[in-house]
Design a binder for this molecule. Structure first.
Ligand SMILES: [Zn+2]
Length: 353
């Protein structure tokens, strides 16, 4: 059975937001921990209509049952509003790894929105300690491998993004000094492409690259192929979404030749309306054109999906064969920011499935 095969297939997930992985029972628990709204001075980012409201499972299910991008933003805000302490971040990291392990996702590269925490006036370092406790506990409990990507919000502007890079470098260096290795892989920008074109961030990316960070850019999700070109021009090593790359044959050729990985998120694109229907989604066209395609969930609980589900969609809606699904799984490890020897270990597991 294909569902069994997909479940058994060792997989990596490369485009996954920590805040978008909070399931309904966990959000209820967080709302009980924080039954008051955030103080106004810490609330620059989120006037959340549900601020301080005690959430029930039914309320969270309604909150996650939106049908447009605004509804998604409201859900995202309701979650970030309730993420306040290191213990909160430890809890959601550990829960995320449990959910990944249940699907045989052996490695994940997880975005955390450092940009939003800064914007709220928060200090990220103690929260990161909580994330790290959750990650290390999960490594012991479930064997999950996890690397962090620190995310800036492009529409908050270039200076804010530069601050996120400095936070990333400082925490990475602190880890290297203390442990001789780091769980922080790199840096990326997300948010509104139209209000923060990648070209504006050229210097920020140059600084991040010089500091040894790996680089991603959300591009071609809500904006067109030109946004993907701009991401490549500032040094993106992977493209988040890349949905609209198919509109530009020259870009498709370049992506196929360079094998720059594309972090495709089918369900996300449908739920946000960036792609109008499943039939129109270009994931198979990208794959057939020779692009380095990976499958991802983006914000799994908010988009009602899992990585297994994304692989099943690929098979059922787009006719990916078993061998092609295995190739997608291989791509996910190949395109990761893991060291070569670890990639090889995971790739061998794929080949044996
Ligand atoms: Zn994303």
């Amino acid at each position: 059975m294909i569902a069994d095969f997909i479940q058994r297939l060792p997989k990596a997930e490369l485009h996954l937001h920590l805040e978008g992985s909070v399931d309904a029972p966990t959000l209820v628990e967080l709302s009980q921990r924080h039954p008051t709204p955030l103080p106004a001075q810490n609330n620059r980012y989120q006037p959340d209509p549900l601020g301080g409201e005690l959430l029930t499972l039914e309320k969270v299910q309604r909150l996650y049952d939106y049908s447009n991008f605004f509804g998604f933003l409201m859900a995202f805000k309701a979650v970030t509003e309730r993420l306040r302490t290191p213990e909160d971040y430890e809890l959601i990291t550990h829960n995320l790894c449990r959910a990944l392990a249940a699907q045989n996702v052996l490695h994940a590269e997880v975005y955390v929105s450092v940009g939003i925490i800064h914007w709220r006036g928060g200090v990220f370092a103690p929260l990161f300690e909580g994330m790290e406790r959750g990650r290390k506990r999960a490594e012991k409990d479930f064997g999950t491998s996890l690397l962090w990507l620190f995310d800036a919000v492009r529409n908050f502007g270039v200076e804010e993004a530069a601050r996120v890079v400095e936070t990333t470098v400082a925490l990475r260096d602190r880890q290297l000094k203390a442990q001789g290795r780091t769980s922080i892989a790199g840096f990326g920008i997300g948010g509104d492409e139209a209000r923060g074109p990648a070209g504006d961030f050229r210097e920020v990316y140059a600084r991040a690259r010089d500091a040894g960070l790996r680089l991603t850019v959300h591009a071609g999700e809500s904006a067109g192929a030109e946004s993907v070109w701009a991401a490549l021009n500032i040094g993106a090593e992977r493209i988040g979404h890349g949905l609209h790359a198919v509109d530009d044959p020259e870009l498709m050729e370049h992506l196929a030749e360079s094998q720059i990985p594309i972090e495709v998120c089918v369900s996300s694109n449908l739920r946000t309306g960036c792609c109008p229907s499943l039939e129109l989604h270009p994931v198979k066209r990208m794959f057939d054109a020779g692009l380095m395609v990976t499958l991802n969930t983006d914000d799994p609980t908010m988009f009602h999906t899992t990585l297994d589900h994304e692989y099943r969609i690929a098979h059922e809606a787009f006719g990916f064969t078993k061998d092609q699904l295995r190739e997608l799984a291989r791509n996910s490890f190949e395109a990761s920011f893991l060291p070569a020897e670890e990639k090889v270990r995971f790739l061998e597991l794929c080949d044996r499935t």
